[in-house]
Design a protein around this ligand. Structure first.
Ligand SMILES: C[C@H](CCC(=O)NCCS(=O)(=O)O)[C@H]1CC[C@H]2[C@@H]3[C@H](O)C[C@@H]4C[C@H](O)CC[C@]4(C)[C@H]3C[C@H](O)[C@]12C
Length: 327
């Protein structure tokens, strides 16, 4: 399972937990402007925006799980099994992209959600895998520019595009369910609760946190959506970049897998392989991450020189526990 977050407003920042039973060969991959982007049916992008994210590199091609571009446009793919529907190629003038092409294609050319929207209107997602050994991933996507966020869901009837006022995406069922489900929790509060049971009963809270009794604690997609939304919307989001980074990871930690707590149908453990926080700035983009086995935050930056490069840069993850001994 996975959870994606988009903090919009004065200090935009994005990221996700990537939950899966085994590594997919992920590395932090920086695609500079000078590496041409090629697609099955869409025109090659010779000049494009630079981007950084987590990807599996296959045959020199970055297959991104999530990325952000130099303009601060973020996109993440999350599992959407049983609902994701892709289509065969048709010669009808539609913009046709394979699912693994969607992130580089949009981030390569768009600075904002508004620029992406007209392209999405004409988009058809093709049922074509990257290679025989890399089957199609059944995905839906989170797209945000730090002002607004969208959810893109490739359904049997075509691509559905939702505004995401919450700034959270998890997995099944389709997004409209999560928005409706959130309304069941409108009574939750981070504040100390007041007695609304009955004025004739003298009831008072006997501990902290009792305003959010009923916040679902399990790792299912619907429960993670509610929990991530509650943590995100109650987040202190101060002028301190360090505080915001710490807070972002606190929210992701709150919806991460505890190894052993979730077993897949094949008996494997569902794991949060990594958690990441993507911070766009005026002249650089920072990619912070933690892994399941290394709680220390590592970071890769994409500065102006890196954006202008001509070679793909793939940075292996630091996965060994990195404890700072103090004596
Ligand atoms: C498994 C990942 C999503 C994690 C997730 O949402 N899990 C939820 C599980 S559940 O529904 O709740 O059961 C997805 C997100 C992006 C995917 C990757 C990207 O799409 C890029 C390529 C695409 C290739 O077709 C397959 C390998 C791959 C490298 C994908 C592997 C895998 O499917 C990824 C990593």
């Amino acid at each position: 399972m996975c959870t994606s977050l988009a903090f919009t407003g004065r200090y935009p920042c994005f990221g996700r937990n990537l939950d899966l039973e085994a590594s997919f060969g992920e590395q932090v991959v920086l695609t500079p402007r000078g590496v041409p982007l090629t697609f099955r049916c869409l025109p090659r992008q010779e000049a494009h925006c630079a981007m950084i994210g987590m990807a599996h590199v296959a045959g020199g091609c970055p297959l991104y799980a999530e990325a952000v571009n130099e303009k601060g446009l973020y996109m993440a793919g999350l599992n959407f099994p049983g609902n994701a529907c892709y289509f065969p190629h048709v010669d009808d003038g539609a913009l046709e992209a394979a699912p693994y092409e969607l992130i580089p294609w949009l981030l390569g050319q768009c600075a904002s959600v508004a620029e992406a929207e007209p392209l999405l209107d004409r988009l058809r997602l093709l049922d074509e895998p990257f290679a025989p050994g890399l089957p199609l991933a059944p995905l839906h996507w989170h797209l945000s520019d730090g002002k607004t966020s969208l959810v893109l869901e490739p359904m049997a009837g075509g691509l559905r595009v939702y505004e995401d006022p919450v700034g959270v995406l998890t997995n099944n069922p389709p997004f409209d369910f999560h928005l409706t489900n959130l309304r069941q929790y409108l009574n939750l509060t981070a504040a100390a609760p007041e007695n609304r049971f009955h004025p004739d009963l003298s009831l008072s809270p006997f501990g902290q946190g009792m305003g959010s009794l009923g916040l679902p604690g399990d790792p299912s997609p619907a429960s993670r959506f509610i929990r991530a939304a509650f943590y995100k919307w109650n987040s202190p989001w101060t002028d301190s970049p360090d505080q915001r980074l710490a807070q972002f990871f606190h929210v992701l930690d709150g919806v991460a897998m505890t190894p052993g707590a979730v077993r897949t149908p094949t008996g494997e453990l569902d794991r949060t392989l990594y958690a990441c926080c993507l911070c766009p700035g005026p002249d650089r983009v920072d990619y912070y991450y933690k892994t399941e086995g290394n709680s220390r935050i590592s970071a890769v930056t994409m500065d102006r020189a890196a954006m202008a490069g001509t070679e793909l840069v793939a940075v292996p993850l630091r996965t060994d526990q990195d404890i700072c001994w103090q004596n």
